[in-house]
Each structure stands twice: as C-alpha cells, then as structure tokens.
Ligand binder design. Structure first.
Ligand SMILES: Cc1ncc(C[n+]2csc(CCOP(=O)(O)OP(=O)(O)O)c2C)c(N)n1
Length: 567
C-alpha cells in the first residue's frame, strides 16, 4: 500500500481523490455501509477535512433508498456507497428505482483489486455488466489516473438530460494508486438537477401554442419531470391562463398545490378515481408534462382514449413522446423552460378561470372518502388513517409511501397543500420496504420539516432493521405501519380476480410497536379508531423517531375504490 509519505506531494491516492471529487461536486452527505474492499476509501473519509457527513446504514438497499429520498427532495445528487460482492447485489434495487424514476443518484461500490481479477477472489463480480441495465451510465475503473474524469462524467450524466443513476466500481488497488492533484477538480453545477436546461424547438412551441389556443377543454397531466424541473410557477401561470385542469401522476404530485381550484389530483390506476378519470376523458387536448404516459397513469393507454383527443407531449427525453400515444406536437426540452416559452407565446390569452367541473369531481370523490374516513368501525379503515394524518400534518411535511395500501390511498386522498416535493412513492418498481429509508433521506435534505413514512406490515418486514439507524441518529421521523397481517394488495387481487382463492398471502400478526421499542424508537399501537388521532399527534410531536402501529381493515374486505384500482 502507498502511504502519503512515499507519494509525490503533487499526487493524492485514488481514495483521497474520490473524496475530493465528491466534495468538489457539492456533495454534503453520503449514505453507505462498510466492507473490506472499501477500507482505503473509508480511511480517506476519516482523515480528510472534507466536511461531508457519512450516514452508516444497516443494509446497502437502504443506503440507496436514503440517497434517493435525499435527492428527490433536495434536487442534489444523492450519493450512496457499499463494498464489493454482496454490497453490490444489495445496493442494486435502489439504483433501479432511482434510474427509472429519473432521480439523480451516484453509487460507488468498492471492488477487488484489478490485479486480483480472474483468480477466484472473494467478492469478485462483474459490476459493470450487473449495473449497466439499471443505470443511465456506469464505469469500472482500471487505473487511478482515470478517476477524476470518470467522476466528472458521472455527475454530468446524472444531472443533464433525463436525470438518472450512475454507478462507479472503485477497485481496491485503484483506491491506493496515485492521482495527479491538479486533475482533481469538479463543477458544483453538476451536483444538482437540472444542471443544464434545454429549450424545445421554437417551431414546436408555436404549433403547441396554436393547439392550446384552439382547444375547448385542454387538460394537463404532469409527471415527476415537472417537479424535478421546478416548473411549478410556469405550469400554474399557463393553467390559469387557459383555465385548464391540472392532473398529475403519483410522482407528479407537487406540480401544483392540490388546494388550487384547477388541481384535479392523481389520475390513473393507482390512486385515480372514476371522477378524476372522467375529467381526462372529457379533454379535447391532453398536455403531458414530464410524464411517460405509462401504464399506471393512462390505465394501460385507455384514459385518455388514444385518437379521441389531441396530444402535446413535453419531455426532456426525446425517446418518450410517441411511445404510448400518437403525438400532435412533441416538445423536447426542460419543462420549466418549455412552459415559460408557451406562456410567452400565449401572452395575449387570459381566460376566466372556470373550475366548476374540477370542483364537482373533487367534491364527489371526497364525499365518498369522507364517509369511510369518519367510520368508527373496527378494524380501522385506511381512509381514517389518511384523513387523520392530513388533518394533523403541517402542509410542508414530506410523506413517503410504500406500495400496498399506502401508495394508492395517499396518492388519491392525501392532498398536497403547496407545490414542490411533499409526497412521493417508489413508483418505478414499487419494491416493498422503500419508504422507511427514503423518508430518512428526506430528513437530511430538509431537516426543518417533518418527514413521515407510511408502510404496510409487509413493507415493515423488509426494512425494520433500519429502525436502529433512525434511533442511532435520533431522526425525528414518524413511521406509520398499516397492519393487516397480509400482503393485502395481492390478497385483494385474489379476491377481485380469482374467486377469493386466497393463496400464500397471509402472515402472522406482529407487534410492530414492540419491535420499534426494542430498537429504541418510541411507539404506539392503535386498535381503537377513537385513539388514532391522539396517538398520531403524540408521535408526530415526539422529538426523536416514533412509530405508530395501526391495526387496519384488510384490503380484501374494503369495497371501492380498491376493486377499481386492482381491476
Ligand atoms: C419487493 C417486492 N416484492 C413483491 C411485491 C408485490 N407486492 C405488491 S403490493 C404487495 C403487498 C403489500 O403488503 P403490505 O406491505 O403488507 O401492504 P398491504 O398491501 O397489506 O397494505 C406485494 C407483495 C412488491 N411490490 N415488492
């Protein structure tokens, strides 16, 4: 091993250079888990005065999910790290989710030495081949001297065009190799998304403006891209100018305050309702903004009905428009910039705002919800959990929902009050066990606001070891467990589509509050509907980590809207 005293003064070790390059790109925090091949990197983190925080996790999957949650809320590149072998296979799910969800994320795994390759070395794995399909860009370093340009390329790939995940494999001997100090520099601009905004073709903007001017009932459907781009103000201006309803995907929640009269809420098969669907079906022009118009949002290309309305599709990724719908005008570029240009082109249009159809649809939707939310039936209905939390949480709180009950129920019935990222779920893959770690990541991005994770008991089982991390760092996060002793969403599917032949979907009742207490997390277990509000309030006000275990109505016993979502 090279020691600093043996090295020329104008060089750094590869590990030191990696630390300096992260810092040079504005990184503030790294989430990760140690391993043998990471020792030089950890030692550089320990020795150098870099000012970055390292959060030690209990599972590499969580490290990636924390970096993801941090990135979604801060707009900065989330950084996670882990060792070779198992550390690579365990961190991979977080990369797949972040990449598909266009979340800016950098993952570094240490690797066996270049000189040890092909010799049955413990933890040897083709990291390049493994990570290629789940990242936007990846590299395996062979030489220390390539390290600076590799890190710079990674940050640039992550934060330009469609944001995504990048992976770097950092071999042990590369960490100990020599890097020219003069090469170790970076541009902080590439540490945040979007680093460069690209404008759409001005001809297309004119054509789109014409369609918008001529449309009788245009409707926006906004995806995560609108929030990533920070296009909320431009979107609001355009929607108000046209008096056009704004619907969102699950990831697009936060494009507009859902208290705004023109805000429809979430559409699609995981949180949409018949009322919101009707608004989409009545449109004569749909404008997709930063949204892939995929199977969930469009209910497998059925709403809107293809060919029944005109389509403008705005996305930063040229590959997206035209995949699921014929497009009248594609707008390839940054959402904020493109919407700004549309506002300019339509400067002389100012329709009086008529939100009556949206208001009527929302009234109907929430009337049904309210009846269930006020129910005093036991077990507690999930609607009651959503309503109590909506009542209790500050508008700027951040809620992260797992798949299962939480995602569709909160997507549909938890209105975000204000724009920007206040709610999200791992919509790309919906892997259970995401929200606990992702909520921890959001806390590090915005420590001044309350972060809440909502999960089913199935999800809890995937992730509960991370409660120790929450306790160790005393993170003031509230974890909500919607407990029904089953993989409820799937069980509901067996009810609605397979003649109630329930197979391999039930598990035993767990006292999640007791588990949390054992980890040092303050907890409540709620069985009585009347006690829910008080428990939630106490948990949310607790200074450290808290968990509320709520014994809930099993999903297969619920009626609408679950049957609608599962169908
Ligand atoms: C890693 C992973 N495995 C399997 C699934 C398929 N799946 C979707 S929802 C669900 C059930 C979720 O159960 P739970 O977390 O208890 O929530 P509930 O549906 O009961 O509210 C399953 C197994 C998944 N989304 N992720």
């Amino acid at each position: 091993m090279t020691t600093s005293s043996e090295r020329p003064a104008d060089t750094l070790t590869g590990a030191e250079a990696a630390v300096e390059l992260l810092k040079a790109h504005g990184v503030e925090i790294i989430f990760g888990l140690c391993g043998d091949t990471s020792l030089p990197f950890y030692d550089a983190l320990a020795r150098l005065p870099h000012g970055m925080r390292h959060i030690l996790t209990r599972d590499e999957r969580s490290a990636a999910y924390m970096a993801d949650g941090y990135a979604r809320v801060s707009g900065k590149v989330g950084v996670c790290e882990g060792p070779s072998g198992g550390g690579v296979t365990y961190i991979l799910p977080g990369l797949a989710e972040a990449n598909e969800s266009s979340v800016p994320l950098l993952c570094i795994n240490s690797d066996i030495s270049v000189t040890a390759r092909g010799r049955y070395t413990l933890t040897e794995l083709d990291q390049g081949a493994l990570m290629r399909p789940v990242t936007k860009w990846n590299a395996v370093l062979d030489r220390a001297e390539d390290l600076p340009r590799t890190f710079r390329a990674a940050f640039k790939e992550i934060t330009t065009g469609r944001p995504g995940a990048a992976h770097i494999a950092l071999p042990f001997d590369v960490q100990n190799g020599a890097v020219d100090r003069a090469e170790v520099w970076g541009d902080q601009a590439y540490g945040r998304c979007p680093a460069e905004r690209v404008a759409p073709d001005s001809d297309c903007v004119e054509r789109a403006a014409r369609l918008l001017r001529d449309a009788a009932s245009p409707v926006f459907i906004c995806g995560g891209g609108a929030v990533i781009s920070g296009a909320e103000a431009e979107l609001l201006e355009l929607a108000e100018r046209l008096s056009a309803p704004v619907a969102t995907t699950i990831s697009g929640k936060g494009s507009i305050s859902e208290e705004h009269p023109l805000a429809v809420g979430v559409v699609g098969s995981n949180g949409g309702t018949p009322e919101t669907r009707a608004l989409v079906d009545q449109a004569d022009l749909i404008i997709f903004v930063g949204c892939r118009a995929g199977s969930v949002t469009t209910e497998r290309s059925r709403h809107p009905v293809p060919g029944k309305c005109k389509v403008i599709h705005l996305d930063v990724d040229p590959a997206v428009p035209g995949v699921t719908y014929p497009v009248d005008v594609p707008l390839i570029g940054d959402a904020k910039l493109a919407l700004y240009m549309l506002n300019e082109a339509l400067a002389n249009v100012k329709r009086p705002i008529d939100a009556s159809r949206v208001e009527a649809a929302k009234e109907q939707k929430f009337a049904k919800f309210q009846a269930l939310a006020e129910s005093t039936d036991k077990p507690i209905k999930p609607e009651r959990v959503v309503a109590e939390l909506s009542r209790t949480l500050d508008p700027d709180a951040i809620v992260v929902a797992d798949a299962g009950t939480p995602c569709p129920y909160f997507s549909a019935y938890y209105p975000v009050r204000g724009s920007g990222r206040r709610f999200f779920s791992n919509r790309a893959h919906g892997a259970l066990g995401y929200s606990m770690a992702a909520a921890m990541g959001t806390h590090f991005a915005r420590p001044e606001v309350k972060s809440v994770s909502v999960m089913g008991d199935g999800s809890f089982g995937f992730t509960c070891g991370e409660l120790e991390t929450a306790a160790r760092y005393q993170l003031p996060i509230t974890f909500i467990v919607i407990a029904n002793a089953s993989y409820g969403w799937i069980k509901a599917g067996q009810k609605s589509g397979y003649g109630q032949r329930y197979f391999a979907v039930d598990f035993a009742v767990t006292d999640h509050a007791a588990v949390a207490s054992a980890f040092g997390v303050k907890s409540w277990r709620v069985v009585e509907p009347s006690e829910l509000g008080k428990a939630l309030k106490e948990a949310l006000n607790h200074a450290g980590p808290s968990l509320v275990d709520i014994v809930c109505q099993p999903l297969h016993e619920a009626k609408a809207p679950v049957s609608e979502w599962i169908a």
